[in-house]
Design a protein around this ligand. Structure first.
Ligand code: TXA
Ligand code: MG
Length: 324
């Protein structure tokens, strides 16, 4: 974990307009979106953006996503919007989709970690939109966790990681999706999914049939298209073990289970969370990881799901957590 650069008193508020004033004063603000909580700063204020990296202990070569409340702000951060990007934006903004576009010269290179491209997203969470409208400037924001921890899906998880390191937390409900946005590179001849999310591959292909998925090899290469994917992510401190057949899975030691169907011996687990469907599984996963860590659970058994629909994003995160 990076050293605390500045100890600050973190304001906790439910007022989007008050939180926006922190942004306009060059501070960092954690705010809800429908995916996970983000840690934002005015995209045009380099010093404020630097504070995001410091507060999270984030490597400087991992670019940030820029958040906008309306399409009118797009031209401030991106240029030469490719037609295929316009198609995706028309269909999925606002929503859990990030498009990678050619960067406008106005965006400082610290935001994009020196890349000539920028990731842009318009969240659909109403509190996020109120906050971003009140800011009036595009807001650069990664997930509001310490680097390496699971993304926060509640304001309390943000406080646990970042209290005293950021200016303000905009307190609202837990996030609805629970996994980060789908990231799609739109700078080539067809869309390439760099990170799976709640906008599914099936939905993307329905719109643009040629949509591809970047192979893991590409994402891990020394010059990956999505630099963030090479970092350890989404992991609890506990060891994560994936199980395809929970009906044969038994807990060993201080262990927990999360999945759709019950494990063999429920009594052998310290905690068990049964989810009704994939949506609930995705929504609950990171919070469950955090609760297990708080309780000193050593091993978390997670049921594998089919890699279709939201299951693709869920399996991506589970695989990363299991192979850290
Ligand atoms: O749902 C989300 O996307 C959340 C909320 C807060 O919007 N944000 C989020 O940000 O998950 P972060 O920083 O944790 O993940 C951003 C991902 C990283 O993998 C990063 O490398 C990739 O997006 N990314 C950002 N800009 C990029 C660019 N110009 N080219 C390629 N990948 C980029
Ligand atoms: Mg993140």
């Amino acid at each position: 974990m990076a050293a605390v650069i500045r100890a600050v008193k973190t304001k906790i508020t439910q007022s989007p307009s008050l939180a926006a004033r922190y942004i306009l004063h060059g501070e960092t603000v954690a705010f809800p979106t429908e995916t996970v909580y983000g840690l934002g700063a005015n995209v045009f204020n380099e010093a404020a953006v630097r504070r995001i990296f410091e507060a999270k202990g984030r490597p400087p070569d991992n670019p940030l996503i820029v958040h906008i409340p309306s399409i009118h702000l797009l031209e401030q951060v991106a240029k030469d919007i490719p037609p295929l990007a316009a198609t995706l934006i028309d269909k999925f903004f606002p929503g859990p989709l990030t498009v990678i576009l050619p960067k406008s010269d106005r965006v400082p290179s610290i935001v994009t970690a020196g890349l000539k491209t920028v990731g842009v997203r318009m969240p659909k969470n109403p509190v996020a939109l109120q906050f971003l409208r009140a800011c009036g400037v595009p807001v650069a924001a990664p997930s509001a966790n310490l680097s390496g921890n699971p993304s926060p899906t509640t304001w309390q998880a943000v406080r646990a990681d970042l209290d005293g390191r950021i200016g303000c937390i905009l307190k609202a409900d837990p996030t609805q999706v629970g996994l980060e946005s789908t990231v799609v590179d739109c700078t080539g001849p067809w869309p390439v999914v760099l990170r799976a999310g709640a906008v599914t591959l099936e939905q993307l292909r329905e719109l643009i049939q040629e949509t591809e998925v970047s192979s893991p090899g590409e994402a891990d290469a020394s010059a990956p298209k999505s630099p963030g994917m090479k970092y350890r992510h989404y992991s609890p401190k506990a060891k994560v073990i994936l199980c395809t057949y929970p009906q044969y899975t038994m807990g060993v030691g201080n262990s927990a289970y999360i999945g759709l169907i019950p494990p063999a011996h429920t009594d052998s687990f310290t905690r068990v969370l049964l989810c009704q469907d994939i949506d609930e599984y995705a929504r609950s996963l990171y919070q469950y990881f955090r609760e297990c860590d708080d309780e000193g659970v050593e091993t978390i058994y997670c049921q594998s799901v089919r890699e279709e629909g939201l299951g693709m994003a869920l399996m991506d995160r589970l695989n990363r957590a299991a192979h850290k």
